[in-house]
Design a protein around this ligand. Structure first.
Ligand code: DC
Length: 237
């Protein structure tokens, strides 16, 4: 039997990490975990419970909710889409967590040490049996520093904003939703998140020393998937 490994895919937001990570997991029969979805689910919880007003996060109350085990995040494979859906306390929240209001608020939530401690622990438990492809910002540096394959993915902010814009446009159901999309706003969000993610105190986004770098600004999905599969094969022999 081929040996099972841990594959850590880190990088900037909207750089196509999750597409390539998902594709690889499917191809090699591994479990795929989108850790960004977990930070988004905590953000959604805070918003729903009024713990994230415009004046800022109510940290003590959010911490109390976490300590009391009130935030349960899980994934369930969706055979229709072929991808896992994110669940928050038993409710499917896959669409809600991808909306701009969550995107605009998630980085400050992801900078809170007690939120990172909770999610890091859950992520480590998910990888105990190996055979996992996990994507995020700190997988190769903080969650699984011992991962056998680490990839750091990036692309220019403009390319990433365009991809995000196209994705949201594809998902928009009504003309109103389409009209509400604004490329400049999305670009600003991408740049702001880059800044906060790279400058926070706990587990900032950075390339692990032993990670392979992939700049996919000029690559097609197929090219990047082939690149990743090749790296995996080299390791498992
Ligand atoms: O990958 P994404 O855009 O869905 O991630 C959402 C946010 O969560 C992003 O601002 C960075 C943060 N994040 C993180 O801090 N650590 C991770 N392992 C994954 C995501």
């Amino acid at each position: 039997m081929t040996k099972k490994i841990i594959i850590a895919i880190d990088g900037h937001s909207s750089c196509g990490k999750s597409t390539m990570a998902k594709q690889l997991a499917k191809e090699i029969g591994y479990v795929y975990v989108d850790t960004g979805a977990m930070y988004r689910a905590v953000t959604l919880y805070a918003m729903q419970k009024g713990l994230y007003p415009d004046s800022g996060i109510k940290e003590a109350e959010l911490k109390a909710a976490i300590d009391a085990g009130k935030i349960q995040i899980g994934f369930k494979f969706n055979p229709e889409t072929g991808r896992p859906d994110t669940y928050l306390n038993g409710q499917k929240v896959e669409n809600e967590i991808r909306q701009m209001d969550v995107s605009n608020r998630v980085s400050p939530i992801a900078a809170l040490p007690f939120v990172r401690a909770l999610l890091t622990e859950q992520q480590q438990a998910m990888g105990r049996e190996k055979g996992i492809v996990m994507d995020g910002r700190d997988i190769g540096t903080a969650v699984f520093p011992q991962a056998e394959l680490k990839v750091f993915v990036t692309a220019t902010a403009k390319v990433r904003a365009q991809r995000r814009y196209d994705e949201l446009m594809g998902k928009a159901q009504t003309q109103e939703e389409k009209d509400a999309l604004n490329f400049e706003e999305i670009l600003k969000n991408v740049e702001e998140r880059d800044y906060i993610d790279s400058h926070r105190e706990v587990a900032p986004l950075r390339k692990a020393d032993d990670a392979l770098v992939l700049d996919n600004s000029e690559l097609t999905r197929e090219e990047q998937s082939a690149w990743l599969l090749e790296r995996y094969k080299k390791i498992v022999g």
